[in-house]
Write a protein that binds this ligand. Sequence first.
Ligand code: SF4
Ligand code: FES
Length: 250
Amino acid sequence: MDLTLKIWRQKDKNDKGSMETYPVTGISEHASFLEMLDVLNEQLITQGIEPVAFDHDCREGICGMCSLYINGEAHGPDRRVTTCQLHMRMFKDGETIHIEPFRSGSFPVLKDLVVDRSAFDRIQQSGGFISVNTSGNTQDANAVPIAKPMADKAMDAATCIGCGACVATCKNSSAMLFVAAKVSQFSYLPQGQVERKQRVLNMVDQMDKEGFGNCTNTGACEVECPKGISLEFIARMNKDYLTASITSEK
Ligand code: SF4
Ligand code: FES
C-alpha cells in the first residue's frame, strides 16, 4: 500500500505545531498501524528528516501507551482495539490518513504525537489502591468469598488500560469513564470497602483539579474505549460519590 500521511509535528511543549505531509510506500496490509509508522520513520531517517515521536510500549493492547487520533477517531476506525492492534487493512491503498495526538488541555503535547498523561497517574495516586495489613496475620485473598457476578463486574472495570481515549473523544474532555472504572474495580470487592468513600471523594477531587470536564452522558467515550468500559460505571461512581459526600466526615 502507498499512503499519504498528514501528521502533527510539534518540536516541544511550547512549539505551536502544524500538520505536515509525508508519503509512505510499500506498506503491507497485514502491518499494524505502529509498524507502518516505523516504516515511515525509517524512510524519514534516510532522508535526513527527524523521525516522528509517538508513544508505545507493549504493542499488545495492554499498556495503554499508544495514543493516536486517526482520521478523527481515538485509536482509529476499528472498534475495541488500541492503535497498536489496528491493522492497515482497515485503510485503502492510496488513502490520506490524518494522525494527531490525543487532544485535551489536561494532556499537554510534549512532542509530535506524544502527550503527557501524568494527570491520570495523579488521580490513581489519590485513591486507586487498597491498604492491606501485612503484619503477618494477612488473610489469604482466596479465603474471602466473592460472588461471581461481583467478581465479573470488578474484572470488567479493571480492564481499563488508562489510555485516555475517553478523554480525547469527549467533547468536554471528561475523564469520568477512566475514573469510574478505577473507582469501581475496587467498589465491587470486599477488599475495596474500607476506603470506598474516601477513594471516590479523593479521585473525583483530583480529577477536577487536573482540569478534566464533566460528563454530559453523550456516550462517545464508551464507543471509542478499546476495552468497552461501560457508562454504567459512571452512574455507579456518581451514586458512590453522592453517598460519600453525604455520609463521610470529609
Ligand atoms: S475507560 Fe477506556 S478509553 Fe478510558 S482510559 Fe480506560 S481503557 Fe482507555
Ligand atoms: S502499545 Fe500498549 S496498548 Fe498499544
